[in-house]
Ligand binder design. Structure first.
Ligand code: ADP
Length: 479
């Protein structure tokens, strides 16, 4: 098998002992071999990005539009093939993989347009005859560190704005899903990204990621991943005064009020809690259900969960793919055991499953009789595990929804305009959904949260410019 290399200074470099990328639906299936870099490769990639920056920052918006638009076109044209690669290496279903690839294509198209639209402001000074012009400029070299759970969309929503606004990048993807990262970098390279503008270095977070954080030539870091690593990114970047942006975990609530449409609420909960095997930072893991609808909701959920098809991500009809790897599976099972020990009652799923292929299969788990203080409801599991918390009324539901260290997404199922409007206004989350799952967002509007979920400016949509540019205020006295 050929080794897929890093991209440094416009050349593919294979060095060191490669990483075996395995299929979580079928552990015997090796998806590919990917180079495992060291600190030397990071230093080279950063230096070449630095050298490429002056020319790239002076390209016209049209040149940047053309590059990003071409990348978007190829992603959309190859969505079936790349969606298959995604499902094979990460374990989400083929339909989800194709959808995510299409989304990555749309993100590149959107930011192609943003390259043209980036404007400024011009206004008169408070002093006579002076003009003031406010403009945005690129930052320089940006390090992008991404997780495995959206292996093409998250890189897309960092790479596209970084390039659109004139930055050069060093991209470090997650070790568990280098295939999509490599494919995306290959597309950027062939679409004409000049040498040094786009660099890819694969390998361990503690080596490659850390070297990016420590390098004084990296002007900014955009990170998506766990809260523990996020703290490392924050400490290191703050220590050397580099700009940083963090997207981390969630413990997202879905409130179901007595006046909810039961079918809508069940679909929101099934989709939000269990699709993509619950491995989304926007997953609904706390189902906060009012007493009057509680029993009907739980019965309908249990019935619906029995019918969910958990199997090979690439098999037709699969609704829930495997857990991403053994470590995550062990973690999910430990949370299930812990929730039982803490007094939660498992009403559906939570079992290790055997399928034709040897993969990390787990049936989605639903607990009832849980309280918001249980570990299950405090910490992010990142698996197909949800707890139901019974509440008396709307006020209690809102209080429980907001009683968390996180604040990414929050949902409420209700027919009441009053409660919907109040929830939207008073939820302490960055994204609020009424009668919709907590997961599943548009690509042209901001994404991000509050409290322990996010730090720094929002990603995606027009708001992405806030992170990937710096503002200049220029004063001019014409003589
Ligand atoms: P996840 O649970 O999603 O894997 P992590 O925070 O462990 O979350 O990983 C997210 C990204 O951060 C990955 O690309 C990983 O390799 C990287 N990473 C892990 N440790 C570090 C570190 N010390 N410094 C920088 N990046 C890191």
């Amino acid at each position: 098998m050929d080794v897929h290399g890093h991209l440094i200074a416009g050349r593919w470099v294979t060095a060191g002992d490669p990483i075996e990328n395995r299929n979580p639906s079928d552990i015997d299936d090796v998806v590919g071999l990917y180079a495992r870099g060291g600190t030397g490769q990071v230093a080279e990639a950063v230096a070449t990005a630095r050298a490429a920056f002056p020319a790239w920052s002076r390209t016209t918006p049209q040149q940047r539009f053309d590059l990003l638009d071409a990348v978007g076109t190829e992603l959309l044209a190859r969505k079936q093939e790349l969606g298959r690669l995604l499902a094979r290496e990460e374990g989400k279903t083929l339909a989800e993989g194709i959808g995510e690839t299409a989304r990555a294509g749309q993100i590149f198209k959107f930011f192609a347009g943003e390259a043209l639209r980036l404007g400024g402001e011009s206004l008169p000074s408070v002093r006579p005859n002076i003009q003031v012009r406010i403009s945005r400029e690129p930052l320089g070299v940006v390090g992008l560190i991404t997780p495995w759970n959206f292996p093409i969309a998250i890189p897309a929503w960092k790479i596209a704005p970084a390039l659109a606004f004139g930055n050069c990048i060093v991209f470090k993807p997650a070790e568990l899903a280098p295939g999509c990262a490599w494919a995306l970098t290959d597309i950027l390279h062939r679409a004409g990204a000049p040498a040094g503008v786009v660099n890819l270095v694969m390998g361990k977070g503690s080596v490659i990621g850390q070297a990016l954080l420590d390098n004084p030539e990296v002007d900014a870091v955009s990170f998506t991943g766990s809260i523990d690593t996020g703290r490392v990114v924050a400490r290191t970047c703050a220590g050397r005064l580099a700009k940083f942006q963090l997207e981390m975990g969630g413990k997202n609530p879905l409130v179901v009020l007595d006046d909810a449409d039961l079918d809508t609420a069940v679909e929101c909960a099934i989709n939000g809690a269990f699709y993509s095997t619950g491995q989304r930072c926007t997953a609904s893991s706390r189902l906060i259900v009012q007493a009057g609808i509680h029993d009907a909701f739980v019965d309908a959920m249990a019935a619906r969960m029995k019918a969910l098809v958990v199997d090979d991500a690439l098999k037709e009809g699969t609704q829930i793919g495997p857990v991403v790897d053994q470590a995550q599976l062990d973690k999910d099972l430990a949370y299930i055991d812990g929730a039982r020990a803490d007094g939660g009652e498992l009403v559906a799923g939570g079992e290790r499953l055997n399928r034709d292929k040897n993969g990390y299969y787990l049936s989605p788990a639903l607990f009832v009789s849980t309280t918001n203080s249980m570990r299950l409801n405090r910490e992010e599991v990142f698996g197909p595990v949800a707890g139901v918390i019974k509440v008396a009324d709307y006020d209690e539901a809102l209080g429980v929804a907001n009683d968390t260290a996180f604040g990414l997404s929050a949902g409420c199922c209700t027919r009441s305009h009053k409660h919907a409007a109040h929830f939207q206004a008073n939820s302490q989350a960055g994204m609020v959904m009424i009668n919709l799952p907590t997961a599943g967002v548009d690509y042209h509007v901001p994404f991000g949260g509050r409290k322990g979920s996010s730090y720094g400016p929002r990603e995606q949509g027009r708001y992405a410019a806030e992170f990937y540019t710096t503002v200049k205020t220029a004063y001019d006295l014409p003589l």
